[in-house]
Design a protein around this ligand. Structure first.
Ligand SMILES: Nc1ncnc2c1ncn2[C@@H]1O[C@H](COP(=O)(O)OP(=O)(O)OP(=O)(O)O)[C@@H](O)[C@H]1O
Ligand SMILES: [Mg+2]
Length: 277
C-alpha cells in the first residue's frame, strides 16, 4: 500500500447509549466508501467488546494491541500496515484494525498511542472510520477531537435515551466543534416509539442530519452473513438509506436536503476537505 500525501478524513461513530447501531452503520460506511473507490480503514475502538470483526466475519491475526506494541519497540518506524486485516468482497476492499482479542490488552491501550496510529493511517487512507464505545472516555474524547466528522447516532425509544442524547450533544457543542463536524443521525426511526418526532427534536434542540429506517431482518441477515447491507444485491430500504448517508456526506450525486426539511446545512465537508486521492 503506497503512502499518499494527503491527510485522510476521520469519521467517528459515537453515541451516548449502547446498541444504537454504531457498528452496523460504521461497517456500512466503510464498505460504501470503499465501493466509491476510496481507500478506507475501519478502526474498532470499542476495545473491550468490539464487534467489527464479528459483523464482517473476520479472523484478525493482528490487532491494535500489536500496533501499540510495534510503536513501543520501534517508535515512529512502526508500521501499522502490518496489523491490518483486509475485508474483500466482489473486488471491493477495505482494511480493519481490530480491537484487542484479550480484555487485559484492551485495558492497556493508551490514547496517545492510538492517536499516533490514527495519524499514520491518515497517510495511507482517504478515510479512517472509527467505531467507539458509548462513553465519554479519555480515548473517545481524543478521537472526537481529531475527527473530521462525528456521526452521533441515536434511537429515540424512551425519554431517558433522548435525555442522554441531549446531554451528549450539549457536551460536544461545549467542546466548540464546528457545527458541520457534528452529524446527528436517527437510527431505527420507525421502530415503535410513543414519542412524536417534533417532541424529540424539541427536547434535543436539534434536527436530524439523516434518518435511517428500522429493519431488524435486514440488519440481522447482514450480520449473520458478514456482508454489509450496502454491498448486498438489491439494496433494501436500510441499505439505500446508508448509501445516501455516505452520498450526502461526500456530495456524490446527491442533492443536499436536511432529513426533516427544516434546516439548511452546507454538508459535503468530507469532499470539500478531502477529495478522492
Ligand atoms: N436500522 C436498524 N434496524 C434494525 N436493527 C438495527 C438497525 N441498526 C442496528 N440494528 C441492530 O441493533 C443491534 C445493535 O447494533 P450495533 O451493534 O451496531 O449497535 P452499537 O451501537 O454498535 O452497540 P454497542 O454500543 O453495543 O457497541 C444489532 O442487533 C443490529 O442488528
Ligand atoms: Mg458496537
Amino acid at each position: 500500500m503506497a503512502e499518499i500525501e494527503q491527510n485522510g478524513a476521520i469519521v467517528t461513530l459515537f453515541s451516548t447509549a449502547s446498541a444504537v447501531g454504531k457498528t452496523l452503520v460504521g461497517t456500512n460506511l466503510a464498505a460504501e466508501l470503499a465501493r466509491g473507490g476510496y481507500r478506507v480503514c475501519l478502526l474498532d475502538l470499542d476495545l473491550q467488546f468490539g464487534d467489527v470483526c464479528n459483523y464482517l466475519q473476520l479472523m484478525p491475526e493482528s490487532t491494535i494491541a500489536d500496533a501499540q506494541q510495534a510503536f513501543a519497540v520501534e517508535g515512529d518506524h512502526a508500521r501499522v500496515e502490518a496489523c491490518l486485516t483486509p475485508y474483500e468482497r466482489d473486488g471491493i476492499i477495505f482494511y480493519v484494525l481490530a480491537n484487542p482479542s484479550l480484555l487485559e490488552e484492551a485495558y492497556n491501550i493508551k490514547p496517545d498511542t492510538v492517536k499516533r496510529i490514527v495519524q499514520q493511517l491518515q497517510t495511507m487512507f482517504n478515510y479512517i472510520v472509527i467505531d467507539t464505545s458509548s462513553m465519554f472516555s479519555v480515548l473517545n474524547l481524543s478521537m472526537l477531537d481529531i475527527s473530521t466528522v462525528v456521526v452521533f447516532l441515536g434511537i429515540v425509544d424512551f425519554l431517558p435515551t433522548i435525555k442522554n442524547m441531549k446531554s451528549g450533544i450539549d457536551t460536544l457543542k461545549k467542546l466548540n466543534y464546528d457545527r458541520n463536524k457534528l452529524r446527528i443521525v436517527l437510527n431505527r426511526s420507525n421502530a415503535r416509539t410513543r414519542i412524536p418526532m417534533d417532541e424529540v427534536t424539541g427536547i434535543l434542540g436539534e434536527t436530524f442530519y439523516h434518518i435511517l429506517p428500522n429493519d431488524f431482518q435486514a440488519a440481522n441477515a447482514s450480520i449473520k452473513s458478514g456482508v454489509p447491507l450496502v454491498l448486498s444485491q438489491g439494496g433494501d430500504g436500510l441499505g439505500l438509506a446508508l448509501r445516501e448517508l455516505v452520498r450526502r456526506s461526500t456530495n456524490q450525486h446527491y442533492e443536499e436536503e436536511p432529513a426533516d426539511g427544516n434546516e439548511k446545512n452546507s454538508g459535503g465537508l468530507f469532499h470539500r476537505l478531502f477529495g478522492k486521492g
